[in-house]
Design a protein around this ligand. Structure first.
Ligand code: IMP
Ligand code: MG
Length: 183
């Protein structure tokens, strides 16, 4: 185990089970000739989750990416998002967009992003998150697909970072407190 990790919260086997279950739910929801599923990876945190998820899906799909950063959360209750890499798709009005997120915390990122994608003209917009910390919400938001609900602890690994580190760990872990104090 990485020396900075205090404990493993979700191990590789459990992650695999969760992703398999989500893939089944998404397959059922997007079955049908009239669906044009586009998985939208929110970089960088959702990279590992989405690559595992797409391998398990059997419905036809396309992929795309956006990069956003949330700011204001914590200090500013309204919160906003900053679009660093936008989605450019002339066929968006034909697309059933499924936003793939690593974790929902305040709810700011996904509530703003789903509004933005609808304004841009997507045919439909739904959300899938691997993890959810509902106790941290400052904005009301409920994902359509959710892997696991977790307590209010800062987690890293499986794509999630602390200061850009720990993304490559194959499990979700909790950092040792001294790692925060050093940063
Ligand atoms: P929200 O806009 O407050 O819901 O924040 C969502 C974003 O905050 C996620 O996409 C992550 O990038 C980041 N985040 C929130 N909680 C954690 C965590 O426990 N570990 C790593 N990143 C987190
Ligand atoms: Mg993120």
């Amino acid at each position: 185990m990485n020396q900075d990790i205090a404990k493993i919260m979700i191990d590789e086997e459990e992650l695999d089970r969760v992703v398999t279950r989500l893939a089944g739910e998404i397959d059922r929801a997007y079955a049908g000739e009239d669906k044009h599923l586009v998985l939208l990876c929110i970089l960088k945190g959702s990279l590992m989750f989405m690559s595992d998820l797409m391998k398990k899906l059997t419905v036809p799909l396309e992929i795309d990416c956006m990069r956003v950063s949330s700011y204001g959360a914590g200090t500013e209750s309204t919160g906003r998002i900053n679009i660093i890499l936008d989605l450019i798709r002339p066929d968006l009005p034909q697309c059933d967009v499924l936003v793939i997120e690593d974790i929902i915390d305040s709810g700011n990122t996904l509530s703003h992003l789903t509004k933005y994608l609808k304004l841009k003209g997507a045919k439909s917009v739904r959300t899938c998150t691997l993890l959810d910390k509902p106790s941290r919400r400052t904005v009301e938001f409920t994902p359509d697909f959710c892997g696991l609900t977790i307590p209010d602890e800062f987690v890293v690994g499986y794509g999630l970072d602390f200061n850009e580190k720990y993304r490559a760990l194959p499990y979700i872990g909790v950092l040792k407190p001294e790692v925060y104090k050093k940063a």
